[in-house]
Write a protein that binds this ligand. Structure first.
Ligand code: SF4
Length: 436
């Protein structure tokens, strides 16, 4: 029996899709397939922006015909959108052919839901208020060799005023440090070469035994073997000197941090409930760069937050240069029902938001290009992770997160390669292997 999983959203969701694949394999679906050939199709949804929701709605709707042709086909919808208040009922009403709707806290139950669906032959909706345990016991089918994701926390307590995540992912819970360390150790033994520790806010990790994030990171970096460590996402309000010292101490921890700032203006940051100022953010970067020279910093930026003025937007623009971001994910503010910001007066017209994001993207790209050009003529180590058929080149990221491309006449995936950079384009570096 064959399965297909369609994933929307962040790394957290990508990793959860690997767990969904793990559950499906245990329940007799053992081959990945295209939609038309699948016996079960699972949508792992995202609701962080309206766009992601509309995409999912469109793609689910498009399966109506297939479901009519293949009566035994099971279609399941899970993830953040399914968990959002009132969305399960809406999904069922709009798509009566759906078989299973399950929430973000029900992953460990998915196998049972499939069995029930087969037995009872009626639609099943199952949404839990919170996860039963931080250990779900699922063996994921990992699809991103040589990279592997490892959850360290679930949920979020921060309630940024624009964000739906705390409502659909619940309160923050940290996994036991020993379980995380054991998972990383076994991944390294299995041959994974880059491990990314995942959480909505990794800096607030604290296990029941009192282990904090810097100590966890330190313990992971002491695991034997040749591999790299990354972590995401960090929150500037919890960013600490101890964390910086840990990064500085270990070569295995990449010289790259993703530290979302969202806005460069203090009034907007306060309205966003981010609980730091522009000055604090810049102090974090100064501390980081003083101890970890050359450390790349990427970020997330939102434009067109309610009441944002042209001057306040310009503060975000100027921060791009001042903070010297290696790259940034830029977003137009998207109101999410149930969040504080969605109810604020002063929503910004779409035309203004679009004009601002174009200027912001240009500023980000200009900085990215300038930093990439700085690699030309130098060597950088990349971890080869894929082959780009279109370009006919192998590719992989360097510790700072830049994508390097090179040619080789043998399979290099999973190998560390020293790339001599000969040209750069955007965030991509091109070159040849040192010694080739
Ligand atoms: S830290 Fe803020 S933006 Fe990030 S998931 Fe939590 S509430 Fe959302």
């Amino acid at each position: 029996m064959k399965y297909a999983i369609i994933t929307y959203g962040c790394q957290m969701n990508l990793h959860e899709s690997e767990k969904i694949a793990g559950v499906l394999r245990e329940h007799g679906y053992d081959e990945r397939a295209e939609l038309e050939d699948a016996d079960i199709i699972v949508f792992n949804t995202c609701c962080i922006r309206e766009n992601a929701e509309n995409h999912a709605f469109g793609n689910i709707g498009a399966l109506k015909k297939l479901k009519r042709q293949k009566r035994h086909l099971i279609i399941a919808v899970g993830g953040c959108m399914a968990q959002e208040e009132g969305k399960a009922a809406l999904l069922k009403e709009r798509f009566p052919f759906l078989d299973i709707i399950f929430g973000t806290h029900n992953l460990d139950e998915l196998g049972e839901l499939i069995e029930r669906k087969r037995r009872e032959k009626r639609a099943i909706i199952s949404l839990r208020e919170e996860r039963r345990s931080t250990e779900d016991g699922i063996v994921p089918v990992r699809t991103s060799y040589p990279n592997a994701w490892v959850n360290i926390t679930y949920g979020c307590n921060n309630f940024c005023s624009y964000c739906i995540v705390p409502y659909v992912r619940g309160r923050e819970r940290s996994r036991h440090a020993e379980d995380i360390i054991a998972e990383v150790t076994s991944l390294v033994k299995e041959g994974y070469r880059e491990i990314t520790l995942l959480g909505q806010n990794v800096d607030s990790y604290h296990s029941e035994e009192g282990v904090r994030f810097p100590a966890l990171l330190d313990a992971c970096a002491r695991i034997e073997g040749k591999f790299r460590l990354r972590f995401m996402t960090s929150h500037p309000k919890d960013f600490s000197e101890e964390l910086v010292e840990t990064i500085a101490r270990h070569e295995k921890i990449c010289n790259h941090i993703h530290l979302p700032v969202q806005s460069g203006n203090d009034r907007i940051l306060a309205l966003m409930n981010r609980r730091y100022t522009r000055a604090h953010y810049l102090e974090c970067l100064a501390m980081l760069r003083a101890r970890v020279p050359g450390c790349a910093v990427s970020t997330d930026l939102i434009v067109g937050f309610p009441t944002e003025t042209e001057e306040e937007f310009c503060d975000t623009l100027s921060l791009v240069e001042e903070a010297d971001f290696s790259t940034a994910f830029t977003f137009i503010y998207s109101p999410r029902k149930g969040t504080k910001a969605a109810a604020m007066q002063g929503q910004i017209p779409e035309a203004v938001q679009k004009e601002r994001i174009m200027r912001l993207v240009e500023a980000v790209n200009a900085n990215t290009r300038r930093l990439s050009a700085g690699y030309v003529g130098k060597d950088t180590e990349i971890l080869c992770e894929d082959f780009d058929k279109k370009r006919g080149m192998y590719l992989g990221r360097n510790p700072e997160g830049r994508m390097g491309y090179f040619t080789s006449d043998r399979d290099r995936i999973g190998e560390f390669v020293t790339l001599h950079v000969t040209s750069a384009n955007g965030i991509s570096l091109y070159g040849e292997e040192r010694g080739d």
